[in-house]
Each structure stands twice: as C-alpha cells, then as structure tokens.
Ligand binder design. Structure first.
Ligand code: SF4
Length: 384
C-alpha cells in the first residue's frame, strides 16, 4: 500500500519550521483505511462509516463520528488528523468561473478553478506546487517547481469545492460533475498521491464521480501512463501541442525524453483498458504562427488518422512575458475544419475565466521556486 501522505510525516520535507504532524485522513482511500482498521482490530465495515463522515458529511473532528465507538474515535485522533487545505482567496469571474488560491505546505499556494456550464460543472485541480516540465506556453511552468501536493491536498480541493458550491447552486443535485487534473503540475510525476486521490474522487464513499468524468492530464510521462493503467480506469488526456517531434521538443520539453510515437503507443495501451466507447483526449494549444498553420493541421491528420481520440483545440490564453499570441478566430476555425474534414473528432475549448486569470495555461498560484526558473523568466520578461 502506498503512503500517500508521506510528505506530512517528516519535518523538513515541505514543512520546515512546523511541528511534526499526524497523517492527514483526507488522503486515505478504502485500502488505506482497511489496513489501519485491521491494525486496530476493527471490523472492515468501519471503512464505509469513516469515509462517509469525511467526504459526505465533511466532519473536521473524529469526535463528531457519532456512530463509531469513543475508543476508536480516540485511537483515530491519536494517529490521524483531519485537515482541509486553507483557502487563501476566492475570485469570481463575470462568466461564473471561480478560482481559489489554496495554501500548500512550505508557504506556497496553488490554484483550482471551477467552470460552470448549463448541464455540468468542471473542477480543475492542481497536483503539484509549480511544475518541473516547463512547457513553453504555460504560466505554471514559468513559476518553477516547489513540491508535490499530498493526496489530502489534492482531494481536499474537491472537498472544498463541493461544500462551497452547494450554497452557490442550491438547485443542482450535484454541482461538481467532472474533475480534471489539469491545474498546476504534472499529475504523473506525483503518482503516489494522485492515485489515491483519484480513487476517492471516483469512489461512491468519496465523491462518486464517474470514471468517464475524472480525467488525468499528462504532458507525456510515458512510464506513468503504463503505471496508471495498472491502477485505474479514469479518463486520460495528453497535452500534445505539436504534430511533430522537432516542434514538440521545443514546446513540450519532456518530448525529448518520450517522443510522440512512444507517447501514442502508451495511450493506445491505456485506451485498451477503457472499453470500446471511451477514448483518450488530445489537447492542442493553438499558438499563432507557431503550430496553427495548414501544414501542422495536415501533420495532425497523418498522426492521428488511425488513433481513436477526441481532439480539444485550445486557443492560447496570453499571460505577461509568454512570448506567444492567440490565433484569430478565423484561423482556429480553419484548423478545426481541416481536422474535422479528415474525419477526426475535434472541438474548440471556449475560453473561460479570463478576467480572473483562470483560463487554461494561466494558473500561477504562489510558488516558492526551488528551480530558479521563476527568476530567470522574470529577468527575460523585464529585458524584453
Ligand atoms: S502545461 Fe502542464 S506539464 Fe506543462 S508546464 Fe504547464 S503544468 Fe507543467
């Protein structure tokens, strides 16, 4: 069993200056609870009771779990704590999109975004404080990297959103219908925390979200995709952003390690686990004059002609110092048309939350950068 909250057990791994903490119960999936309760000599059905208290009734204290014995409540409180991440700030866009800044260990903060639509609500959660991968068109990448979030900090974002949004949308039975791990960070480089967090999102004793509606998005960590296939059948999205290796090496540097052919092979393998009607999503950010030309569309058609997938085109969302521009509506439509007329399934993502910097690729949070990348980009931006 993986210790998904390991970062919280040892002072000096992201909690400098803070006292030693108990493991956070919010990141424990069924398997972890079953192991702990067995160790305590308790019956397996207690797992169900405890998970419901944590993720359906949102208690913050074991003492409130009134259908379990006082002895067990005390034992749990000695071994675990219930600590929801702290909300630093909340912003509401004119289009209804919400963005929260959430405190993470070590003094940093990450962002999460909720995008309401008439028939669904999508929560975009973060998996790391910053990101080590440095995709060239991504604001998070320019923040550098600090640390992994724990499973409790990842699933805690869903817990916060579900509670907060229930008041905002009283008419909806379920407000958060979809979760995408497309916020800050590369989820497959934080596998041991992401896997139990995803389990809890999909578990009926957790947040009960359909496996079709929980999506893990990767920039192309190929070994992580194979590992994921052994663990879950959640949906998978890949950030392609270029139709050939030469361009992708520049835009998504992890491509130098895991080129497109290897990535698509891993995706085919993953898709094989999903069943007939499910496919992988291919994300493609359109950058004006860089990857949005007719030849790029033609290369996409060649690349994906026999690869069952849904393509999601994302017109670039600018941020200061990015060095890229958003393509015109006409050129986005032309690119879409070229793919669609070749028989590919393709949609264009509507930009949401731009007035609060919550659009795709704009999330920055507050990252105590350990990579010096943030300072380098600031220097470049001020020089230009
Ligand atoms: S696009 Fe994703 S993987 Fe790439 S730098 Fe941004 S957060 Fe990291």
């Amino acid at each position: 069993m993986q210790d998904s909250n390991a970062a919280q057990t040892t002072s000096g791994t992201g909690l400098q200056g803070q006292s030693r903490r108990r493991l956070n119960a919010l990141g424990m999936d069924r398997e972890a609870w079953a192991a702990l309760l067995e160790e305590l000599g308790e019956k397996p059905y207690r797992v169900e009771q405890i998970l419901k208290w944590l993720h359906h009734r949102f208690v913050d204290d074991f003492a409130d779990m009134t259908d379990i014995s006082k002895k067990l409540r005390t034992e749990l409180a000695e071994r675990r704590e219930i600590r929801e991440p702290e909300i630093v700030s909340e912003h509401l866009s004119t289009d209804g999109t919400r963005k929260w800044l959430i405190r993470a260990a070590g003094g940093s903060a990450v962002e999460m975004v909720f995008i309401p639509e008439p028939n669904r609500g999508t929560l975009c959660v973060s998996s790391q404080v910053g990101c080590a991968l440095d995709c060239k068109f991504c604001a998070t990448g320019k923040q550098g990297f600090n640390s992994n979030l724990t499973a409790a900090e990842i699933v805690g974002q869903v817990r916060i959103a579900v509670q907060t949004l229930a008041d905002a949308y009283p008419e909806r039975e379920r407000v958060v219908t979809n979760v995408v791990l497309m916020g800050m960070g590369e989820p497959l480089l934080n596998f041991d925390a992401v896997a139990p967090a995803v389990d809890l999102m999909m578990d009926d004793l957790g947040y009960g979200i359909s496996k079709r509606r929980v999506t893990i998005s990767t920039a192309g960590v190929v070994p992580g995709i194979y590992r994921l296939a052994e663990r879950t059948d959640a949906s998978l999205a890949i950030s392609l952003h270029a139709p050939n290796d030469a361009l992708r090496d520049e835009l998504v540097p992890i491509n130098r390690k895991y080129p497109i052919a290897e990535l698509l092979k891993a995706c085919r393998s993953y898709a094989g686990n999903l069943g007939e009607k499910r496919t992988v999503t291919v994300e493609y950010t359109l950058l004006n004059g860089v990857n949005d030309q007719p030849e790029h569309a033609a290369q996409m058609v060649e690349l994906l002609r026999d690869f069952p997938c849904k393509i999601n085109l994302i017109p670039f969302n600018p941020f200061p110092g990015s060095g890229f521009e958003r393509p015109t509506v006409t050129s986005v439509r032309a690119f879409q048309h070229r793919l669609a007329s070749a028989g590919l399934s393709v949609t264009v993502r509507t930009t949401r939350g731009e007035d609060i910097d919550a659009a795709c690729g704009q999330l920055v949070g507050s990252v105590a950068d350990r990579t010096r990348r943030q300072a380098r980009y600031r220097r470049l931006a001020s020089a230009s």
